[in-house]
Ligand binder design. Structure first.
Ligand SMILES: [Ca+2]
Ligand SMILES: [Ca+2]
Length: 332
């Protein structure tokens, strides 16, 4: 046997390192989720031949449910479904269908991308003969109760999840529509929030669910209100007053705004080197449609010139960043 040359040993060593690296890459576990368990009837008897389907509500086409894996339960009622890849989905569901029709379909709304790993889910499928189901499902929403504003939510989305439950036959599906549009089937709605304010608005959501027995839930509803735009108060440059000031406020979504008005002892008759000094502050609630409004001045201010600063706050809590300014000559 020939002794190995140094060059050949080096080449073999390099090759071994490459093989080792490839092995390490191959051994790296793919990002995957899997669900397994058994399907039985109410008496605990295994149900073979049940169709198990794993579906994802995909992004960016988040209206579309996509089947990613299917399995049939074996003789012991066991199933296994899995998915590998990235977390490019919003929500997933496991559905169980008994093709013999002897048992109600079962839908497990099992979660969102934060769930990632191996899960066990044992399912009891109820007999279609057991009880007549005359009660519709109950659906709830998790829409935010108040306004969604800037800045902490910018460039994100408000996600509303509809959760339906049904005691007997199980939920067959949930439908919703936004602002009276087309009815769509699904349980997840996303409302964008954009830094350029282009997604501001008020959306009304109507929804209902139907159970496997065909009972239809009465319509329910909720709102998503997104306002990332600050209101704008404005003042006439110069006004003469015997007890009131005029102002106007504009906001796209709030019908009224709160305006804080400061009166400063300065303005057109400002003494040289005198500093602005706030002598009175008052708050008024006015329509935010841009129309000219009149507010009473505090009763205890002296007759003289004042600078005015007005800052509006809309119903969502957005505050005008740059105060409106003007001057007023007040004389009783
Ligand atoms: Ca029912
Ligand atoms: Ca606003």
């Amino acid at each position: 046997m020939h002794p190995l040359s140094f060059a050949r040993v080096s080449r073999l060593a390099c090759l071994s390192l490459v093989c080792l690296a490839l092995t390490l890459v191959a051994a790296q576990p793919a990002v995957a989720s899997s669900w397994s368990g058994t399907v039985t009837d109410e008496s605990g008897t295994a149900l073979p031949g049940v169709e198990v389907t794993l579906t994802y509500l995909m992004e960016p086409d988040w209206m579309e449910w996509v089947t990613v894996d299917e399995d049939l339960t074996d003789l012991s009622g066991a199933y296994y479904v899995t998915h590998s890849g990235f977390r490019s989905f919003n929500e997933y569901e496991l559905t169980f269908h008994d093709p013999t029709g002897a048992h109600h379909d079962y839908v497990a709304a099992v979660g969102d991308p934060t769930d990632w790993g191996s899960f066990t889910l044992d399912v009891i499928m109820k007999s279609t003969d057991a009880w007549p189901d005359t009660t519709p499902p109950v659906t709830t929403d998790n829409a935010p109760k108040g306004w969604v504003t800037t800045p902490e939510h910018l460039n994100m989305a408000v996600k509303v999840t509809l959760t339906a439950t049904d005691d007997l036959s199980g939920v067959a599906g949930t439908w919703y529509r936004v602002n009276g549009g087309d009815w769509l089937q699904g349980t997840t709605l996303n409302f964008a929030i954009r830094a350029d304010h282009s997604a501001d608005g008020i959306w009304s959501i109507e929804y209902y669910s139907v159970d496997v027995a065909g009972n239809v839930e009465p319509l329910k509803g909720c709102y998503v209100r997104i306002d990332t735009t600050e209101p704008a108060a404005s003042l006439p440059a110069v006004q003469y007053s015997t007890g009131t000031v005029q102002l106007s406020v504009l906001d796209d979504l709030s019908p009224t705004c709160t305006v804080r008005i400061e009166m400063l002892r300065s303005g057109m008759k400002l003494r040289k080197h005198a500093r602005d000094e706030v002598v009175a502050t008052f708050v008024v609630q006015v329509p935010a449609d841009g129309s000219l409004q009149t507010a009473d001045l505090p009763s205890d201010v002296d007759s003289r010139w004042y600078s005015l600063r007005a800052t509006a706050t809309d119903l969502a809590g957005n505050v005008q960043a740059t105060a409106a300014t003007g001057v007023v000559h007040f004389k009783r």
